[in-house]
Design a protein around this ligand. Structure first.
Ligand code: AMP
Length: 484
């Protein structure tokens, strides 16, 4: 790939993918080498030829809905090298959901597992060298459809410059070196596993223990081999559920990183007590890649997402668009070289999603504390307006989570004939006692103004979550959204 030096595009960033390199790239959970960086250079070249032969030209889109595998990752690198715009699709999407994305994005090729096997056979017969297509930082590298749990899915257009700048920044900020070994158990259809984890590693020839999915036994087995782990909060709570997790198993670990959904402060504390590691929480989204991070060196503050990345501007604004002072809650807006260029074929959204001075409206609600740490308090669409007063679900969840016997909670707004909306909570116990909704309500009332205190509390076994560990509030609204 491109010689080291320039780092403006993904091919620039991937100079470690070089013919003849014996540096390990992908390992299994026992540390056996599945592919070296030299293998990646050869195999991705073969795939680049194979997709060209299948009619994919530079600038075309290639949709990919495949199980996580070494070959799938090679196809990703092949797309980067051939100037193909990658469109990864969540493996849990149904045929109907995929058909919608495909009709919107019009890819030149749709790769499912069967097609990947066919491409692999065709790649076997291709040369192991490929003349990389020249791309500029403004060229599209990928289109990622947003989680789309509500409304019509939108394709976020990410350029080479967007992705390369973010990987470069994170790589420096999180202190990656060629001797790191990253534990990779995330899906590769999402920005977290595909761009944050993979690109940070490739950016300087770091090896990855590449697991097809999060499996507690495999992760526990792999931990002593690894120096960095990136995960969603559910990974950490599941690890805590396994008594084999202890400090000695994490002895080679440099840092555990969490994102994509809020990490409970209780999980942060418990993990630290058990392993000696304070999980580093960061915040980002599909459209923007990473935005803020707790520090590698310095205080990692539970229930905060840290401070803005060096080249990223983050501001909190009020309804009138003005930047709010520290400590006040408002909409989070961001700008920087990492922020996407717009939604695919939706120029109509430019005015609503971006401000007149070019900031992207994340849709998240939050505030900065006096030390500059950002607190995420929820999504603006989750905001509950009860009797004209704003209720931030996260604030109520924080109070409920701190009550004895409560593991976690999710707060939603339900229609209320009197107040427009009222607050309802769905609560999961930690198994130490039987939860009584009336008592929980009374306890919450001690800490919250009446309009914020949940009028209904439902005790459940577990909260519904998607593949990235996000609580599916839409599902909760369907199940528990009936007026009191
Ligand atoms: P996605 O585009 O699927 O990555 O989802 C992005 C959204 O996930 C953000 O807009 C936030 O609402 C949420 N998110 C990501 N990281 C965090 C975090 N550390 N804490 C709270 N919410 C987060």
């Amino acid at each position: 790939m491109s010689p080291a030096g320039r780092r403006d595009t993904l091919p620039d960033l991937m100079s470690a993918v070089a013919a003849g390199s014996t540096a390990p790239f992908l390992l299994d959970s026992a540390g056996r080498v599945l592919a070296t960086y030299g293998d990646a250079a050869g195999r991705s070249a073969q795939y680049a030829h194979a997709i060209r032969a299948a009619g994919v030209q530079p600038g075309d889109r290639l949709a990919m809905q495949v199980e996580k595998s070494v070959e799938a990752l090679m196809l990703y690198i092949a797309c980067i090298r051939s100037g193909t715009v990658l469109l990864p699709i969540n493996t849990t999407y149904t045929a109907t959901e995929v058909a919608l994305l495909v009709s919107d994005a019009e890819p030149a090729l749709v790769v499912d597992d069967e097609c990947l096997a066919e491409l692999a056979r065709s790649a076997d017969r291709c040369p192991e060298t490929f003349d990389d297509h020249h791309v500029e930082s403004g060229n599209l590298a990928a289109i990622l459809y947003t989680s789309g749990t509500t409304g019509r899915a939108k394709g976020a257009m990410l350029t080479h410059g967007n992705l390369a700048s973010n990987s470069r920044t994170l790589h420096r900020l999180w202190g990656f070196t060629a001797t790191d070994v990253l534990l990779h158990a995330l899906p590769i259809f999402h920005t977290h596993g595909l761009f944050v984890a993979t690109n940070c590693s490739i950016a300087n020839g770091t090896a990855m223990v590449f697991l097809s999915k999060f499996d507690v036994d495999e992760v526990i087995a792999a931990l002593p081999l690894c120096t960095v782990m990136m995960g969603v909060p559910t990974f950490y709570s599941r690890l805590l559920g396994d008594e084999r997790l202890d400090a000695s198993r994490c002895r080679n670990m440099r840092v555990f990183i969490s994102g994509s959904a809020p990490l409970l402060a209780s999980v942060h504390h418990e993990f630290r007590a058990r392993t000696g590691h304070a999980i580093l929480e960061r915040y980002g989204m599909t459209e923007t890649s990473m935005l803020t991070s707790n520090p590698l060196h310095g205080e990692r503050r539970p229930a905060t997402v840290g401070t803005p990345l060096p080249d990223v501007e983050v501001r909190v604004t009020g309804d009138d668009g003005r930047t709010l002072p520290i400590g006040e809650i408002g909409g989070i807006e961001v700008s920087g070289p990492n922020v996407f260029v717009g939604y695919w074929r939706r120029p109509d959204l430019a005015d609503t999603e971006f401000t007149s001075d070019g900031y992207f409206r994340t849709g998240d609600v939050g505030m900065f504390d006096t030390d500059g740490y950002l607190h995420i308090l929820g999504r603006s669409k989750d905001l509950i307006i009860s009797g004209g007063l704003n209720v931030y679900p996260k604030e109520v969840e924080g109070v409920l989570d701190a009550l004895p016997g409560v593991l976690e909670s999710a707060v939603i707004g339900v229609p209320d004939p009197d107040f427009g909306e009222s607050v309802a909570a769905v609560v999961v116990g930690d198994g130490t006692e039987t939860l009584d909704p009336a008592k929980l309500r009374a306890a919450a009332r001690q800490h919250l103004a009446p309009f914020k205190a949940p009028k209904q509390i439902h005790v459940v076994e577990a909260l519904p979550r998607n593949a990235m560990g996000k609580v599916e509030k839409a599902a909760l609204r369907r199940t528990h959204g009936a007026p009191p």
